[in-house]
Design a protein around this ligand. Structure first.
Ligand code: FMN
Length: 228
């Protein structure tokens, strides 16, 4: 994969400490949708494919994938913040999409459409649950769904239910599923293979230095179907 990296230091943000341990940010090309099956054909072809090869996906494909998963699709969304391709409870956008590549783990920052480094090194093996075998082990991309529960508390998100842990849980699992289905449909439309699965929650929490309000929930492998 050819990486187009920004040389400018990343702006200060919540992940800045982790960024120091990681790699420069990656500026993704603008999403471009010139090819792909119709939504009907994508729905018809949507399925879990566990046999995924090591063939890399291009930067443009990665950009399109992440935008489809949860990119910004309108400047003005509900509650005075941007709108995203996936709905979320009270538009709280509490699911962060971490992207595990061979060279390191990044957070997809939808507002700038960039990948912000979290950690260098290959953590793709932790983005799948223990005991799931070697299928897709060399796939180029493993997404990790990480909830940031603190985002339910942000000003503007006043739904009383959001402060109940059980309700919160139901919301963040639904919101994860909505992103995951975007990925499934995008993959089906582009001839990619994808597989939504568990992840090694404890190991990821440790390696990624997750705060108490953050939890690793699931992983999703993406690449090309393994025809070998
Ligand atoms: C919440 C959830 C958790 C899943 N976890 C796993 C998993 O840990 N391992 C796995 O192989 N597949 C997992 N899957 C994939 C399902 O087994 C798969 O979607 C289901 O068998 C239907 O197949 P289809 O996606 O091809 O229609 C999970 C799916 C969901 C929605």
């Amino acid at each position: 994969m050819i990486l187009k990296r920004s040389v400018k230091p990343s702006k200060r943000r919540a992940v800045s400490k982790a960024t120091i341990r990681g790699l420069p940010p990656i500026t993704l090309p603008n999403p471009r949708f010139t090819r792909g099956r119709s939504i009907y054909a994508a729905l018809k072809n949507r399925k879990t494919v566990r046999s995924i090869g090591k063939k890399k996906i291009s930067m443009q494909m990665l950009s399109n994938l992440l935008w489809a998963a949860g990119g910004v699709n309108r400047k003005k969304g509900p509650f005075g913040v941007r709108g995203r391709t996936a709905a979320s409870a009270s538009n709280s956008q509490e699911i962060d999409l971490y992207v595990a590549l061979a060279e390191g783990v990044y957070i997809y920052e939808a507002s700038s459409h960039k990948l912000i480094s979290v950690l260098g090194g290959d953590l793709r093996a932790l983005a799948i649950g223990p005991g799931q075998g070697n299928s897709g082990a060399k796939a180029p991309v493993r997404l990790i769904y990480i909830v940031n529960i603190d985002k339910f508390r942000m000003a503007g998100f006043q739904e009383p239910g959001l402060y109940n842990p059980e309700i919160q849980k139901s919301y963040y699992y639904v919101d994860t599923g909505l992103i995951a289905e975007n990925v499934y449909l995008f993959a089906a439309s582009q001839g990619l293979a994808t597989w939504f699965h568990n992840c090694n929650r404890a190991a990821l929490a440790k390696k990624l230095n997750l705060r108490s309000g953050q939890r690793a929930l699931f992983g999703q492998t993406v690449g090309y179907p393994n025809d070998e």
